[in-house]
Design a protein around this ligand. Sequence first.
Ligand SMILES: [Zn+2]
Ligand SMILES: [Zn+2]
Length: 346
Amino acid sequence: MQAYTYIGPGRFALLDKPTPEVKDPHDALVRVTLSSICTSDLHIRHGSVPRAVPGITVGHEMVGVVERVGTAVTSVRPGDRVTVNVETFCGECFFCKHGYVNNCTAPAGGWALGCRIDGGQAEYVRVPHADQGLDRIPDTVSDEQALFVGDILATGFWATRISGINEEATVLTIGAGPTGICTLLCAMLRHPKRIIVCEKSPERIRFVREHYPGVLVCGPEACRDLVLRHSEHGGADVVLEVAGADSTFRLAWECARPNGVVTVVALYDRPQTLPLPDMYGKNLTFKTGGVDGCDCAEILRLIEAGRIDTTPLITHRFPLDRIDEAYRLFESRRNGVIKVAITNAP
Ligand SMILES: [Zn+2]
Ligand SMILES: [Zn+2]
């Protein structure tokens, strides 16, 4: 089968590999129908994910159809349409029992797919811990509607869940890339008083204005003033930092009100400085992640009920054999690209 492979720092290539097999009673083999490219894939190619293993098939955002299951799998059956969670987790260790599935201590626990073990930019993928890692897609939900459930939508859902957003809150989301928009959609589910989105790309600012007219949008230069004008206590109650630039890390804590929460969702290419003397007395709470992707069934229910729709994010589609081209477009951010769907021939 065709599998997009991490050759080594700086290089991915489409290779012909054997179709994976069920190796463990808890495994499922999934025929991938649709996958996508995530910024984390670019981080792997740039060498900024040291635990990524050369030779593995990349890709951790995908949906498909269960082809075969191991003898211990009970939650899905061959023929089921499923979302694949970015995280495979045992469901039994200390961290899993507390919902911190990103830190699952099983050998293939946490973010393994497309990083430490073969992922889904391929025709088939073997999913360990399938009872936890797969969720059935409701019949009325399409593959495109479900494509982001296991990764960027799970991330947005988790980030807004841990940030304590209530109906009084002013929420600032920094970054309106794909994960930023998923985070925005999940923040909207919690009905805060106000949501402000900060984004530097004029194209993405237009996208937010067009699709989410109830949200205030600004560029980074205007952000501090806009937040001050639209918050009662000197800043945002909750800041969600999804942009991942050096300047946006600083902007995030500067825009938070005293005793506010700053949730850092972004994966940075470089270490960031926490200038404690400058923020002394502001008494901020920082949360950082690593999504705990254990809410996928609930997210699918929200999609089924029409309360989340991420299909406008899919701006381009490519077949798997043109995935190099898809990566070039995704990385360039040209032609209004937000997300690229990679299709497999049925
Ligand atoms: Zn991702
Ligand atoms: Zn675990």
